[in-house]
Design a protein around this ligand. Structure first.
Ligand code: HEM
Length: 326
């Protein structure tokens, strides 16, 4: 029994969690603008902007404003995350509380790491960690939003090996993201002319990054075929198809920027693409589970299929099984 009546409707929780996701995605792109305009040390210290001033001084000019603008956006992110925690705790969705609190706690962690990034003079490994933590928060915000739109976690909707392949694909996406940050740390866009580099050969790490992307595209194509072959629910097929489309588009941008000397706008588009891929991979893992009503209905019997059934393993319908909407 909840102590307080649920004050917030599920539709409101869904809207607020979507806002939280958008804020988490946007700050990655504005952080990219800081790096690509060479404004990483636009505010040379942290938590103040300069020694003795919390805001940029006129001498810091445009770079100071760009970096300070990114710091200010953190406050918009805090508002979205606090609203998310408040909405979830005031709703009936106790199961979402942990995710909402984690999403909020990610912000002070990220602010600290951002501070360490500035204080280490944009060390490429701390820049990478800062970016990767943001990606983890984007994935978390995606799952929180998607789950808020349904009453609970639900049941397994696809065959177990395909669900495992989905998790493997998410892990491969994580590997591509990590390698991408190593390419960045070895390349020219350090965020400040004085910042250190990893010392790796940029061409070699770019090649490795692209090789794992080929593996990723192969695994996602295999999953898509598997999902169609087993007549898996539409949500799983759509999630795999959308991920494949974003991967291919991101691959094209990756090669374009590589062969055109890394122009800032293309690199920014590549960062936005990395956010979309993270969202799509989180959605893929989420889509493997859901309400039984998502399972296809057998055309002959009008009975809901089970995840096993979708693979052509004809199991007897449960007594009293009810056909659900498609
Ligand atoms: C699924 C496809 C891909 C994903 C998810 C991805 C992701 C990423 C990420 C996360 C970064 C680091 C961004 C940062 O630290 O700010 C990056 C950088 C980079 N990626 Fe990719 N990438 C993909 C495909 C490719 C391909 C096919 C190439 C072709 C060679 C490529 C070339 C590069 C280059 C050159 C950089 C460094 C850009 C810079 O100097 O800032 N990427 N990628």
């Amino acid at each position: 029994m909840p102590v307080l009546p649920a004050l917030v409707r599920p539709s409101v929780v869904a809207r607020v969690t979507l806002l939280n996701l958008v804020a988490n995605g946007l700050i990655v792109v504005t952080g990219g603008a800081v790096r690509l305009t060479g404004s990483g040390l636009g505010c040379p210290t942290w938590p103040q902007c300069t020694d003795g001033s919390i805001t940029p001084t006129p001498e810091l000019a445009g770079h100071g404003l760009i970096e300070f603008g990114n710091r200010l956006l953190t406050f918009a992110l805090v508002v979205a995350a606090v609203a998310t925690v408040a909405a979830v705790f005031a709703s009936v969705r106790r199961d979402l509380r942990r995710l909402a609190v984690l999403s909020l706690l990610g912000i002070p962690a990220q602010a600290l790491l951002g501070g360490v990034t500035v204080l280490t003079g944009l060390n490429p490994w701390t820049v990478a960690a800062h970016f990767l933590l943001s990606m983890a928060l984007v994935a978390l915000a995606t799952v929180l939003w998607l789950r808020s739109r349904e009453p609970g976690v639900g049941r397994l909707l696809v065959r177990r090996p395909l669900a495992a392949l989905g998790v493997g694909i998410a892990a491969t996406v994580a590997a591509v993201l990590v390698l991408g940050t190593v390419v960045t740390g070895s390349g020219p866009h350090s965020g400040d002319p004085g910042a250190g580099r990893t010392g790796f050969d940029p061409e070699l790490v770019s090649q490795l990054h692209a090789d794992v992307v080929f593996l990723l595209v192969g695994l996602t194509s295999a999953l898509l075929v598997g999902l169609y072959a087993t007549d898996a629910p539409g949500r799983a097929r759509r999630a795999a198809r959308d991920l494949l489309v974003v991967e291919l588009a991101q691959g094209v941008v990756g090669y374009l920027q590589y062969f055109t000397g890394l122009p800032a706008l293309l690199v920014l588009a590549h960062m936005a693409g990395a956010v979309l891929i993270t969202v799509s991979a989180a959605r893929l893992v989420w889509a493997a589970r859901g309400p039984a009503s998502e399972l296809p209905v057998d055309g002959d019997t009008g009975v809901l299929r089970t995840a096993g059934h979708t693979a052509g393993l004809r199991t007897a319908p449960r007594p009293g099984a009810v056909p659900g909407p498609r």
